[in-house]
Design a protein around this ligand. Sequence first.
Ligand code: FAE
Length: 541
Amino acid sequence: MNDNTVGSNASSGFSRRAFIVGTGSILGAAALSGQASAAPVPAPISSGAHVPVLVIGTGYGGSVAALRLTQAGVDVHMVEMGMAWDTPGTDGKIFANTKTPDYRSYWLRTRTKQPLSNFLGFPIDKDVPRYTGILDAEDFSGITVYQGRGVGGGSLVNGGMAVTPRRENFGAILPTVNPDEMYNTYYPRANAGLGVNNIDQSWWETVDCYQYSRVGRKHAQRSGFPFVFVPNVYDMQYMKQESAGSVPKSAVDGELLYGNNYGKKTLPKTYLAQAKATGRLAISPLHKVTSVQRDGASYTVVIEQINTTGDTVATKVVTADRVFFAAGSVGTSKLLTKLKANGALPGLNGEVGKGWGDNGNVMCGRANHLWDPTGAVQSSIPTAGIDNWAAGGAFAEVAPLPTGIETFASFYLSITKNPNRAEFSWNASADRVDLNWQTAWKQPAIDMAKSIFDKINAKEGTIYRTDLFGVYKTWGDHLTYHPLGGVVLNKATDNYGRLHGYSGLYVIDGALIPGNTSVNPFVTITALAERNIDKIIATDF
Ligand code: FAE
């Protein structure tokens, strides 16, 4: 099943473009292949259309649903609020560089909101034109939640770290799921489908762009912490070639947060490419679902088509026999919380909106001595972490700081066992969904991260950087990259993601996972989706 995970990126850029554009002429393709009656409703979806399956969102959960359903012979229409990301911008590239954010970088903002907001204490954010850019920094009262926007969801912007949790931790991650079936069947299936690969460690030992990781290892090991290599979906052969200068640079040129032009095996190159190859998939980008309501045996779905400045250009009403919510933890939770409160789906149970967590994310930097440079050129793809989960409740990714200059900084994104969970609620007067997370709830995460970095600093005689998140601010405790939960498995849904009260409505994304995966989450989101869709296809279709 892994035969069209990517190698060459020039060709995958082409196939992705052909894919979206080609959905308009899919009728012809189906006729050629002798399946004249199997044509899905073409994209962009039109008002009044009826589809057998509508999937809201094109991230990990949605892409798994799309692939397995189309392979089973079901026509699927995916609705995605972000762009297709198939057309080069003014500089000839599809995606902007992390070092030079521009109009493509942020979702409907007029100023960037970079996770590291300062450098040497100076603010580094800048004005950008309002545009349906790729990274959403969505502000709630106590936390900013970063999410990918576009066909491919978070796979477009994330670090690609593809980590299967340690089996002994699985019971705390998804307590109602049988670990045997996950570790024997669905984690391997997810890793294969995502195109997960490992870095050549002998190359890693010598190459300039991983100097920062080797410094991270040295400091971890000198303080007695286990240092572990982590698989990734970035094509490691491509990285060798770009590092050698034989192909266009992406990871070693700092591309990541705003998209990788080459090298990363995002969902449009893996799951979605395979689903498209069945001839049964259509995707409508720049379409945002705003309502789902039961209408006899099917569901009425309201969709707003938007332009690249975020204005609604059309409101469409379609019907679907089945709807999969795959809008991400925040997107799915917000939609269902609103639809329960406003009476569109009044029969949803009281668990909807509950059990949201930030995967314990907290960031920090350390200032190294002048004899410990971390490198002016840093690959944006993290390959390793410090595993102090069992002893201190933290797994710290040794993260890049690809500024293009020597900073003598070590930078870390810690995933911690933070027990705090928040709840979404409908704020009728403001016409929005709120999340009651409080910044102070990060304190357990900070304490767990300190179990690693206080010890390393003491051993190395170093200090925390205080210039990266503001003026004299040590901890990046204002954000998460890993929203999880809000529509928790076996609580708001049955044990396979079927929403209670509504046959034909499913949740199949990170909203199902109750707040923490002990490592980076997308492999678990993908594996859980594989498990659930297996069951759903076998019993509901
Ligand atoms: P997701 O991928 O967010 O997809 C949801 C999709 O639904 C998006 O494309 C939305 O635009 C779309 N959508 C939302 N609302 C609507 C609506 N109303 N109508 C239509 N479409 C809608 O969901 N995880 C790792 O495992 N390893 C990493 O290295 C890693 N690094 C990260 C770095 C960054 C900067 C970020 C932001 C995330 C990172 N993550 C990482 C997290 C990972 O990307 C995330 O857990 C998954 O993408 C979540 O997958 P879902 O399928 O739940």
